[in-house]
Design a protein around this ligand. Structure first.
Ligand code: SF4
Length: 505
C-alpha cells in the first residue's frame, strides 16, 4: 500500500472542505457583478464572498454542513482497493477529529450520530480501474443536506406545474430542469449548480446526475445536443428571479451540466442533482508507488486564487435595525419584511431533534423572548469549554410541523434559519408576535465570527449538530423574510418566479 496515501487523502478532504475551487469562485464573481448593488441578493453575495475568503485563509469549513463525502477513485489494475477504502475511512475520521468535517453520519433507525462520519454507506466510495499504471486519481465532492434535499427525479411524460406537459424529448428535459431550479427557491442555498442525467434507471440516474458535478463549470459538453441545452438553460434560467438565498435577483444558477445514459424503452427519467453555491469539489492525482500528491485537479497551487471580497467586510447602509435579546413583542411587531437586523445577546440553536423533543418535553432553558437559531454548528472542545468553528443556518422548512407550537408554547420571538417556512409558522408569527429571519446559508465562517462565546449546551446526547447550544452573539446580520403581519418574502418570490417560469413554457 502506498505509504503516503492516507495523508494525501486527508489533505484532499481538508482542502475540499475549506477552499472553493477556482471555477466556482469565478462563477460567483460573475454573479456578484450581475446583482444590483444594495439589494438583498447583493448583500448576501457580499457575505458569501467574505465567507469564502475567511474559510480558505483560516482553513475553516466553508459551510458547517460538510455534507456526504463522495469519493471517485481510479486505480491501476492490481491496486489494493480494500486497503485504500480502509485508509479513506481513516482519513475521513481524522478530518472529523480535526473539525474539518462535521460529524454527519447518523444511524437512520436510532438517530444516533457515529461522531466519526463513518457508518453503513458513509463515506460513499466509487472505485474504477484505469490503464494508467503509475497513478491513482481521487476526486471528492462534499454536498450538504440542504441542497441534497432539493434533488429531483422526473419520469416523463409528465405534467409540471406552470410549465405544462414535459414529453420524452430534450424539450421535455429542459422543462424538468427549469422546474427543479424554480422548485428549489432558496432552500438549497441558491445560486446553485445542477448536474443532470437523462435516462438510466432510478438509481443510475441519480448517480449519473451527481457525477456531472465533477465537471468544471466552464467546460463545454462534448455532445453538441447537450452542449446546446446547457447553454440555453443558462441563457434563460436567471430570468426566474429566485436570486441568492431566494431573496429575488438576477442570478439563480451558476452552472448546468447534463449527461445521458441509455434507458429501458418503458422508462424516461430525468434526474437532477442540485448543488449549492458552496460547491466543494476537488481532486488529486497520486504517485501509485508512494501515494504522494503529484498534482491537484480543479486548482493550481502555483496560481493562488484572488480574494473574493474587499476585506473591509459587510457594508452597512445605516438602515439596519439593531436588536438585543431578550426581544419584546413590541420590538418584533415593528419589524417588516425586507428589514435587515443585527442581533446581539443570547441565541439558542435548535434543529430537527430539538424541535421533535420540544413537542413532548419542556425546554431545557427559558425560551421567552429568545432567538432560536436553526443551525447545526461545527463545535470543538476549547479547554473546559467549547468553541464554534462553523455556524451557518440550516434549512428551516424541516421544522414546519413543529415550529408554530414551539413559538406559541414557549414564547420564542425570532426564528433564524434559511429558505423560509410555511403557512402554519406564518400564522403563528402573526398570532404570537414573532419573526422569521433569513441568514445567509453556508456562510459558516462569517457567522462563526459573530459568536463570541458558548456559555452552555443542552441535549448534547443528540450529538453536536443536533444539541441545543447557548451562544453569545454580536451583530449577527439577517433579513426579516416573514414578519408578524402575515407577510412572507418567500411566498412573494415563489409566486413571482412562478409567473416567470410559466413565461418560459
Ligand atoms: S451552503 Fe447551504 S445547502 Fe450548501 S451545504 Fe451549506 S447549508 Fe447546505
Amino acid at each position: 500500500m502506498p505509504a503516503a496515501f492516507l495523508d494525501s487523502v486527508l489533505s484532499l478532504i481538508v482542502r475540499t472542505s475549506t477552499d472553493l475551487p477556482p471555477d466556482v469562485r469565478a462563477a460567483m464573481n460573475v454573479a456578484m457583478g450581475m446583482e444590483k448593488p444594495g439589494t438583498q441578493s447583493s448583500q448576501a453575495l457580499g457575505i458569501i464572498a467574505l465567507n469564502i475568503d475567511l474559510a480558505s485563509e483560516n482553513e475553516g469549513a466553508i459551510c458547517q454542513d460538510t455534507g456526504m463525502p463522495t469519493f471517485e477513485v481510479k486505480t491501476p489494475v492490481g491496486a489494493n482497493q480494500i486497503e485504500m477504502k480502509k485508509q479513506i475511512r481513516e482519513a475521513v475520521a481524522e478530518a472529523t477529529r480535526r473539525g474539518k468535517l462535521r460529524p454527519n453520519s447518523v444511524d437512520s433507525l436510532t438517530g444516533e450520530n457515529s461522531g466519526t462520519n463513518l457508518g453503513p454507506g458513509t463515506p460513499i466510495m466509487h472505485f474504477e480501474q484505469w490503464e494508467n499504471s503509475d497513478e491513482i486519481e481521487v476526486k471528492l465532492i462534499l454536498k450538504g443536506g440542504g441542497c441534497e434535499n432539493m434533488n429531483a427525479q422526473y419520469s416523463l411524460p409528465t405534467d409540471l406545474p406552470h410549465l405544462g406537459r414535459a414529453d420524452r424529448s430534450l424539450a421535455g428535459v429542459r422543462k424538468c430542469i427549469l422546474h427543479a431550479v424554480w422548485n428549489a427557491q432558496g432552500k438549497g442555498c441558491a445560486p446553485g449548480a445542477i448536474g443532470v442525467c437523462v435516462g438510466g434507471d432510478r438509481t443510475s440516474g441519480y448517480v449519473g446526475a451527481k457525477e456531472q458535478l465533477f465537471r468544471t463549470l466552464d467546460d463545454v459538453n462534448p455532445d453538441p445536443r447537450l452542449a446546446e441545452l446547457e447553454a440555453s438553460i443558462m441563457g434563460e434560467v436567471n430570468t426566474l428571479g429566485v436570486g441568492t438565498m431566494g431573496f429575488g435577483g438576477r442570478v439563480s444558477l451558476i452552472g448546468c451540466k447534463i449527461g445521458a445514459l441509455n434507458r429501458l424503452p418503458a422508462s424516461f427519467f430525468v434526474s437532477v442533482a442540485y448543488d449549492c453555491w458552496a460547491y466543494r469539489r476537488l481532486g488529486v492525482v497520486l504517485d501509485a508507488r508512494t501515494g504522494d500528491i503529484r498534482r491537484w485537479l480543479y486548482r493550481d497551487p502555483a496560481n493562488p486564487v484572488m480574494a473574493m471580497a474587499d476585506q473591509a467586510g459587510y457594508q452597512r447602509t445605516g438602515r439596519e435595525v439593531m436588536l438585543r435579546t431578550p426581544l419584546t413583542e413590541e420590538q418584533v411587531r415593528s419589524l417588516k419584511v425586507g428589514d435587515v437586523v443585527f442581533i446581539s445577546g443570547r441565541a439558542f440553536t435548535g434543529r430537527d431533534a430539538v424541535h421533535h423533543h420540544l413537542m413532548s418535553h419542556e425546554p431545557p432553558v427559558d425560551l421567552r423572548g429568545s432567538v432560536l437559531y436553526h443551525c447545526g454548528p461545527v463545535v470543538a472542545k476549547d479547554g473546559d469549554g467549547w468553541k464554534v468553528t462553523a455556524a451557518g443556518p440550516t434549512t428551516s422548512i424541516r421544522e414546519e410541523p413543529y415550529q408554530a407550537d414551539v413559538i406559541k408554547r414557549y414564547g420564542v420571538r425570532a426564528v433564524v434559519g434559511k429558505g423560509g417556512m410555511g403557512p402554519r409558522t406564518l400564522a403563528a408569527l402573526q398570532e404570537a408576535g414573532a419573526v422569521y429571519l433569513n441568514a445567509v446559508g453556508g456562510a459558516a465562517q462569517f457567522y462563526a465570527r459573530t459568536i463570541k462565546a458558548v456559555d452552555g449546551v443542552s441535549l448534547l446526547e443528540f450529538g453536536t449538530p443536533e444539541a441545543m447550544w447557548h451562544l453569545q452573539i454580536e451583530d449577527f446580520p439577517a433579513i426579516v423574510t416573514m414578519d408578524a403581519h402575515g407577510n412572507s418574502m418567500h411566498k412573494d418570490i415563489e409566486q413571482a418566479s412562478a409567473k416567470e417560469l410559466a413565461a418560459l413554457a
